[in-house]
Design a protein around this ligand. Structure first.
Ligand SMILES: Cc1ncc(C[n+]2csc(CCOP(=O)(O)OP(=O)(O)O)c2C)c(N)n1
Ligand SMILES: [Mg+2]
Length: 653
């Protein structure tokens, strides 16, 4: 419906045509017309809108999505925003974030939730997206702007303030937050959200909170609001003098080490990185988000670094005289809680599009797009090569770790005599039975660390472990996002029983949408990860196993008669229950040819761990205790604390 402003006199004569729509209808129409462009490639920014309706959005955004879908069907076009009904608001945000990651942040989803609990269920998802620097647009509904019938259902009603609602909790978790109290505020709010979502430095959760009455309110919008808009995703160039300084430091290095982070992927800098590594011989270690920056068998690849690193990367980090961070946040897992870099002369060169990360660890901050910076550095390094001796050491260390992994993956004859598999073997089987382009997804428990160490990544988008927030429950929802983003790949979702129990419900969404994922459900009756951590910290695995409470009041009775395979089947998935390696192999083959979501359920022993990475993670231990186990753990803790480096490296002073 187009109405034209009266053409009476003067300025009014030039007034733009307007369209009368509700705030919600205008929001959907605007979002459907947003595009991004990078390197000359343009694509729609929103793949669709996840949603769960309640009274806060059913008649506003819900009505607008319905109208969009019906109008599209009538005119034979795709809906502006495809609607997908999720099962849990947090999970929908995970799916959107995973989708964005798989698309290198060039496309994402909007997520609409009802007022109150529907909206606050998205808070965890918002934190995850912001921490992982992944764009998601959150559209929580809010209580009435007019407040005529306050207090309404699900209203916070603070005695100290009239304008605070539960949605204010999104503010610290969002890179952009606005509340649209009046229709006139909508264009600025949407443009603000788009600016942040498409900016590689700023990106994260963007939240536009729309009160339920405002969603349904009509307004005359200028037509230009709905014109196609293309947002350019920038590749900021490195400054020439800083590149020269960085190259000078690298060229002086005898034992340089690159740490590749998620920024390598988002910039699409893998080839530039491989060229630099091959040309110079500088070894490349990877953070969780950066894993897959190089193929695992690239001559300069030394695999994972840090607390869950390989012995190869950690040995090289310990000696390195120049560390070159590329697109890394230097989380505690990457720096082994600042115990990884032990050369007293170590210097840092940090390439990052975000100055926040570029200044970490001190040293030279090359604030730029990773691909651009790597290309500039390759030229500036002009023939620099590491010594043959260092090159051979890298090769040897990498080969040693590969042997360790081969051993951990090994299936012994006894494994096929009905003996249970251990988690290393499960990872090995999935790795060897999957195709190079298939994707492994995980987030929390013992598997992220084990995958970081041992997964042999063969494709740049083949490894997807969410480890900025390490959020239990992400796995299945995230797997759905990955599969929607990249339907040609099989998606293996590695999910522990603990994580599964937190958010298995998205299996229903996978079934509904015909999105096929392959969850590998590792049942070890509780928390192998936190159990092991607890033991190492002197807390004796207290409260980490799913067991009956016994007569003496402790949670250490028999394991519970819980059948997660039956649970998955009840949610509509196909399920294959396996014990042996042979059965596991058949199950993976069956799941790969199936066109439905197929869960592989396997029991493992929580007491068999991945090979040690000779590293540390700072988790404080009680300084005083009546328990001997805690006292000796504290002694070990205190020893590690002595190795921990202060915030700024000495060489940077
Ligand atoms: C939402 C959330 N709550 C708590 C934690 C802390 N935590 C990390 S791993 C873990 C246990 C995971 O259990 P499971 O999924 O069975 O994996 P396992 O440790 O057995 O490999 C817990 C409680 C978390 N990461 N996320
Ligand atoms: Mg478990």
């Amino acid at each position: 419906m187009v109405s034209t402003a009266p053409k009476s006199t003067g300025k009014l004569a030039d007034a733009e045509s307007t369209v009368r729509l509700t705030v919600a209808q205008a929001t959907i129409r605007f979002l459907a017309n947003q595009y991004v462009e990078r390197d000359g490639i343009r694509s729609k920014f929103f793949a669709g809108c996840f949603g769960i309706f309640g009274h806060g959005n059913v008649a506003g955004l819900g009505q607008a999505l319905l109208q969009d879908e019906l109008e599209a069907a009538e005119s034979g076009r795709e809906p502006g925003l495809k609607y997908v009904l999720g099962r849990n608001e947090q999970a929908m945000v995970h799916s959107a974030a995973a989708y964005a990651r798989q698309k290198d942040r060039l496309q994402t989803w909007a997520v609409t939730a009802s007022v109150g609990p529907g909206s606050t269920n998205m808070l965890t998802g918002a934190a995850l997206a912001t921490i992982n620097r992944l764009p998601v647009l959150l559209l929580p509904a809010d209580t009435f702007a007019t407040r005529v019938s306050s207090p309404v259902l699900q209203e916070l009603e603070l005695p100290s303030s009239g304008d605070v609602t539960v949605n204010d909790a999104f503010k610290p978790l969002s890179r952009y937050f606005d509340r649209v109290w009046r229709p006139e505020q909508l264009p600025a709010a949407l443009l603000g959200a788009m600016r942040v979502l498409t900016d590689p430095v700023e990106t994260g959760a963007a939240t536009v909170s729309i009160p339920q009455d405002v969603q349904a309110e009509a307004h005359d919008w200028p037509e230009s609001l709905f014109a196609e808009r293309t947002w350019h995703v920038a590749r900021p160039l490195p400054e020439r003098s800083v590149t020269a300084r960085a190259a000078e430091i690298i060229a002086s290095a005898r034992k340089p080490l690159i740490i590749a982070g998620g920024g390598v992927h988002y910039s699409g800098a893998e080839e530039a990185l491989a060229a630099l590594a091959s040309g110079t011989g500088i070894p490349v270690a990877e953070s969780q988000a950066g894993k897959g920056s190089l193929r695992y068998d690239h001559p300069q690849s030394v695999g994972a670094i840090g607390s869950t690193g390989t012995t190869a990367a950690n040995a090289l980090a310990s000696e390195a005289d120049v560390v070159i961070g590329i697109g890394t946040r230097y989380s505690d897992f990457t720096s082994a809680s600042r115990t990884a870099f032990n050369n007293p002369e170590v210097r840092f060169v940090n390439i990052n599009v975000a100055s926040l990360d570029a200044v970490k660890q001190g040293g030279v901050s090359l604030v730029a797009d990773a691909r651009e910076a790597l290309q500039a550095l390759s030229t500036a390094l002009n023939g620099y090569r590491v010594s043959d001796e260092y090159r051979s050491r890298v090769t040897e260390l990498a080969a040693e770790w590969e042997d360790t992994v081969t051993e951990a993956y090994k299936i012994y004859a006894t494994s096929d005599d009905g003996a249970a598999l251990n988690q290393n073997q499960v990872i090995g089987l999935v790795n060897t039975l999957s195709e190079p382009r298939d994707v492994v997804v995980c987030a929390a428990g013992s598997m992220p660390g084990d995958l970081h160490k041992m997964w042999r990544t063969r494709d740049r988008k083949g490894y997807h472990v969410e480890y900025g927030y390490s959020c239990m429950g992400y796995e299945i929802a995230g797997g759905i996002g990955v599969k929607m983003a990249d339907p040609d790949r099989d998606v293996f979702v590695m999910v522990g029983d603990g994580s599964y129990l937190m958010m298995a419900t998205e299996l229903v969404t996978a079934v509904q949408e015909g999105v096929k994922v392959i969850p590998v459900l590792v049942q070890n009756h509780g928390f192998a990860s936190i159990g092991g951590l607890s033991e190492s910290l002197g807390s004796q695995r207290f409260g980490t196993a799913y067991r009956y409470r016994t007569a003496d009041g402790r949670l250490d009775g028999d394991t519970l008669p819980v059948d997660l395979a039956a649970n998955a089947a009840s949610l509509g998935a196909d399920v294959i229950k396996v014990t042996t390696a042979a059965e596991f192999t058949d199950a993976v083959k069956a799941a790969k040819v199936a066109d439905r979501t197929t869960v592989i359920h396997v029991e493992t022993d929580p007491l068999i761990y991945a090979p040690d990475s000779q590293s540390w993670w700072d988790v404080p231990v009680s300084e005083v205790s009546t328990l001997e186990s805690t006292q000796s753990a504290y002694e070990r803790y205190a020893d590690w604390k002595k190795v921990q480096r202060p915030l700024v490296n000495p060489s940077d002073r």
